[in-house]
Design a protein around this ligand. Structure first.
Ligand code: SF4
Length: 194
C-alpha cells in the first residue's frame, strides 16, 4: 500500500482512515484544522482524490452574484469596494438578482456564489430575501454565500449570534460558505487607511 509522509503524528489516525477508504468525522476535521502539516494533509487529500477519480478533474459551473460593492471596510488592496455616495456604487434589487439567476446564459449554472461588500444600509431581511430569491428562481442550483467577514457583519445587522445567523440563513437557502474573508480581523488591523 502506498505510504504518505506526514510530519504531524496527531494525524496518524486520520491517515489510517484515509488509506482504508473510511469516512472522516467531525473530530478528524478539527484535527486537520489544527495541524500545520500542509504537505502531509495535501498528500492525504491527493491520495483520496486519485483513488476515487484517477487523473480526472471536475469543475463546478459557477456564477458570482456580487450583490453590493458598498463596503465600510475599504481595505486598501480592494479595487471593488465603494463608499455609498461614490460614482459606481450599487446594490442589486431582488428583481436584478432574479434576472441574473434566470438569465439564459446562466441556465446551466449549478452554483451561485454570492458575496459582496459590508453595506450598512442593508437590513438582515435583505440577505434572507437574496437567498430566497435565488433559491426560488433556481431550486436546482446550490447557493454558496457570504465570506466570514460578511457573516460577522450580517450577524450584527440581525442582532443575533453567529450560529443563530447561520441557522436563519440556512433556512433561507444558504448551503455552504466560501473560504474568503476568514482573515478579516487581520486585514482590518493592518490594511485600513489611517
Ligand atoms: S471587506 Fe471585502 S469588499 Fe470590503 S473592502 Fe475589504 S475586500 Fe473589499
Amino acid at each position: 500500500m502506498m505510504d504518505i509522509l506526514i510530519t504531524d503524528r496527531r494525524l496518524e489516525p486520520v491517515k489510517e482512515k484515509v488509506l482504508a477508504g473510511a469516512r472522516l468525522d467531525a473530530d478528524d476535521g478539527l484535527l486537520l484544522f489544527a495541524s500545520n502539516d500542509l504537505a502531509g494533509i495535501g498528500g492525504l487529500a491527493h491520495y483520496a482524490r486519485t483513488k476515487r477519480h484517477g487523473n480526472r478533474a471536475f469543475f463546478v459551473h459557477n456564477r458570482h452574484v456580487n450583490y453590493t460593492n458598498v463596503c465600510v471596510n475599504r481595505c486598501l488592496f480592494c479595487a471593488y469596494s465603494r463608499d455609498a455616495a461614490d460614482k459606481g456604487a450599487y446594490t442589486f434589487s431582488m428583481e436584478q438578482v432574479r434576472e441574473i439567476a434566470m438569465a439564459p446564459e446562466n441556465r446551466r449554472v449549478k452554483e451561485f456564489h454570492v458575496v459582496g461588500g459590508l453595506n450598512p444600509a442593508l437590513p438582515f431581511d435583505y440577505y434572507i430575501d437574496l437567498l430566497r430569491t435565488i433559491k426560488e428562481a433556481r431550486p436546482d442550483a446550490t447557493i454558496k454565500a457570504f465570506t466570514a467577514v460578511e457573516i460577522d457583519f450580517i450577524s450584527k445587522a440581525a442582532g443575533l449570534s453567529i450560529s443563530e445567523t447561520l441557522a436563519r440563513l440556512k433556512d433561507a437557502g444558504l448551503e455552504m460558505v466560501p473560504g474568503g474573508g476568514a482573515d478579516w480581523k487581520w486585514w482590518r488591523r493592518f490594511m485600513q487607511p489611517g
